[in-house]
Design a protein around this ligand. Structure first.
Ligand SMILES: NC(=O)c1ccc[n+]([C@@H]2O[C@H](COP(=O)([O-])OP(=O)(O)OC[C@H]3O[C@@H](n4cnc5c(N)ncnc54)[C@H](OP(=O)(O)O)[C@@H]3O)[C@@H](O)[C@H]2O)c1
Length: 325
């Protein structure tokens, strides 16, 4: 059996991604080989391709998440068997075959197809970790989600509403703000034109934001800070606009908690986030409480087009590739 994937041998633009034959992956201890039916697109992979993602080594196969069918299991895997439908985070997912780590594998509910399954892992697990494990948002709290139209942001909106919070979001375009309001956001602000802190203080009757999900960076950091309640928690989960962020913390005037997070390095991710996601969120997808927002489905051959969509920042939710090879 042959395997193929979108390989990157040199960092650069979209042209550096080449569909290549590769060795069929052999699952080691605790791993599964999955035949990929669909894979999700993430902002971070455009950074990996460009060579600006920390720790990324060459060569590598593109992709961070997928859904498919288990083809082979390695030693020590107890919870999954050949033929199971699964989904999860797995590097190298823009391919015909990929290795999953059993600890990061979830059973795909019968009511979800592979496209829906591929749209969930990175965005929803990041938002779940941010709001449930790290931010601990509680009923009645005010949550602000930066870049609410993103894959992570559109998941965070549903999770925060499910937690019983008042939820606001930001976006760079009015159409994204309108769509987030139609999807349940209590307020949405175009951060290119809004006086964010003033409008949030008005809309929260002077209280401010209890949990802020921060991802944009320098451009909006000061207005996010100024929008926070005196006891607020800022969960810093993304560096979409760059890692160097400078803003006045006004130390001595507030009681803010600044909580930086990475689902890849967090010691709490598997025991807390994966566990609660498996027990609570996955049944929620099965019964319709949660539904991943999919902007567009493209064939696996259209990875370059998918990256152009991410660069244009027009998408709302997830772009998913369907395996057509
Ligand atoms: N900490 C973690 O463990 C973790 C895990 C997964 C993802 N992430 C991070 O979460 C962020 C969102 O990922 P995603 O896949 O959900 O992204 P996405 O769907 O591609 O959306 C990214 C959005 O960010 C906004 N943005 C603001 N400034 C930007 C800039 N300078 N360049 C590009 N986009 C900008 C854009 O929306 P507007 O134009 O509306 O602002 C854009 O559409 C990324 O930074 C990613 O690396 C972190």
């Amino acid at each position: 059996m042959k395997a193929y994937g979108w390989n990157v041998a040199e960092f650069g633009g979209p042209e550096t991604m080449q569909w290549c034959e590769m060795p069929l992956p052999v699952p080691g201890r605790g791993q599964l080989r999955v035949r990929v039916h669909a894979s999700g697109i993430n902002f971070a992979e455009t950074r990996m391709r460009a060579g600006t993602y920390s720790g990324q080594e060459l060569p590598f196969v593109m992709g961070m998440e997928s859904a498919g069918v288990v083809e082979a299991v390695g030693e020590g895997v107890k919870d999954f068997a050949v033929g199971d439908r699964v989904f999860g985070r797995a590097r190298g997912s823009h391919a015909t075959h990929v290795l999953f780590d059993a600890l990061h594998t979830l059973p795909l509910p019968d009511s979800l197809d592979f496209v829906q399954g591929a749209a969930i892992p990175v965005g929803w697990l990041t938002a779940w970790h941010a709001l449930v494990t790290v931010g601990r948002a509680r009923t009645g709290e005010r949550v602000l989600i930066e870049a609410i139209a993103s894959s992570v942001g559109s998941a965070a909106l549903q999770i925060a509403k499910w937690q019983g919070c008042w939820v606001a979001g930001t976006a760079s375009r009015d159409d994204k703000c309108a769509r987030s309001r139609a999807s349940g956001a209590d307020a949405a602000y175009n951060y290119k034109t809004a006086q964010l802190a003033e409008e949030i203080m008005r809309d929260t009757a002077g209280h401010g934001i209890d949990v802020g999900l921060m991802t944009i960076g320098e451009e909006t950091a000061a207005s996010l800070f100024d929008s926070m309640a005196y006891e607020g928690r800022i969960v810093m989960y993304g560096s979409t606009g760059g890692r160097q962020v400078c803003f006045n913390l006004n130390i001595g005037t507030r009681n803010l908690q600044l909580l930086a997070m990475s689902i890849s390095t967090s010691a709490r991710f598997v025991p807390e986030t994966m566990r609660s996601f498996r027990e609570v969120a996955v049944p929620g997808f099965a019964n319709g409480t949660f539904k991943a927002v999919i902007d567009k489905t493209l064939p696996m051959s259209a990875l370059v087009e998918a990256h152009a969509m991410v660069d244009s920042r027009t998408h709302y939710g997830k772009i998913v590739l369907v395996n057509d090879f």
